[in-house]
Ligand binder design. Sequence first.
Ligand SMILES: Cc1ncc(COP(=O)(O)O)c(C=O)c1O
Length: 479
Amino acid sequence: MALYREVAARIQHQIEAGLFAHGERLPGVRKLSQTMGVSVSTMVQAQRLLEDNGVIAARPRSGFYVCQPEVADRPLPAGGTSATEPVPVTTGEVTLFLGQLSQQKDYTQLGFAIPHTDFLPMRALQKSLAAAVRQFDERAAGYTSPGGNDALKEQIARRMRFAGSVADTEDILITGGAQEALTLALRSIAQPGDVIAIESPTYYGLLQAVESLGMKAIEVATDPVEGISLPALEMAARQWPVKACLLMPNFQNPLGAQMSDAHKADLIELAERYDFMLIEDDIYGELSQTGQRPRSLHSFDTVSGSGAGRVMYYSSFSKTISPGLRIGWLISPPAWRLQLRHLKQILNLSSNSLAQLALTGYLQDGGYERHLRQVRLRYREQIQRISQAVIRYFPEGTRISQPGGGYVLWVELERGFDSLVLCQRLFELNISIAPGQLFSASQQYQNCLRLNCAQPWNAALDQALFTVGREAEKLRRAG
Ligand SMILES: Cc1ncc(COP(=O)(O)O)c(C=O)c1O
């Protein structure tokens, strides 16, 4: 066995034996290498291996910490149920209110899934922004070329290869975040009154887009491990004139489900058979906890050839670099290229040129992969810590999802529980959560809630989770 592997195994054994507690900082690399009688470079390799295996995690400028143990195999939330018929969507004002709360500095933000700046590459991004300002000449100050900045589209096309997707830059459209990409995709495929199949539960922003375009949603049962149920989707497509299915095959929000490759290939085949389009939201695709970037649904469309042209894909840099830049992208089959550019032009001519310049510089500089590598491991640690706190503080019988990526947790309390009432109580205690009702067109999931785990772990966060658990228990007892 290579020496660094032996050293890693020894450190892991020491952690398991309780020599280093979970959450404790490991001694510095020099000290550890001296104690173990190995060179600094061997110790660096050993630490990297432990980091890849999720045993320790690096914190910027602070060193390595021991991760929480995996949450044992606990029963998962039940997942979603299908609706019997398509319905017009009305999402109400709770999301607007939550959005306002997300700006409040004195709130613990467990509601909206916005990453705290601690998880964003702030310094590198500031440098790229400053460089972009210097390059902001006559050309850059105007609208970008149709579809967006060409160099940025090239960077995106390269990154798409990690997801197995082959994309021509001509088929990439730069958008104002994923939300605009979603609206463009829906507008190009369907008309008001048309039926869109959605996962249940699903991210409320998707429901809002369907609502704003006057389309109807048919909810399809979605499993916390496997994702959307294909038999349930087939049943919906047999009964109703489904125009498109809108879904998150990788690290579904809110369940964290991850569709297998076989499932993805079958889904394309199903869409082909029942003649509907697939709209893929892949915003969390780069945040796999294992570092293994899952394939996009899109990659099965273009590579297999069967049903090619069935998938419209979109994503953005909001979860990994910065939501404030408002840059996303949409990849469409070639036949849709012109129509989408036309729609984009009508909507807002082109996306922000300065943000595109800065992002291009950041991606070209090559630090993105390193950032992703760090942040994926940190999210894994966050998910573990917050899951542990939920197990410790929430009422007996509470179930939590076990996502393989992304940074949200879906929490299921006992039947009859009303998470909207909990949410209102918590507002007064300066804590925000996302109540389960927001994730359904028919206000199902009252007994569920979603927690945002992209908040730095500290005593205040632990205390806030304790408070959520305590208030949930009070409500449960009150009946
Ligand atoms: C699944 C999903 N899609 C889309 C969005 C919107 O992303 P953007 O900020 O890029 O518009 C979000 C934001 O939370 C999301 O979670």
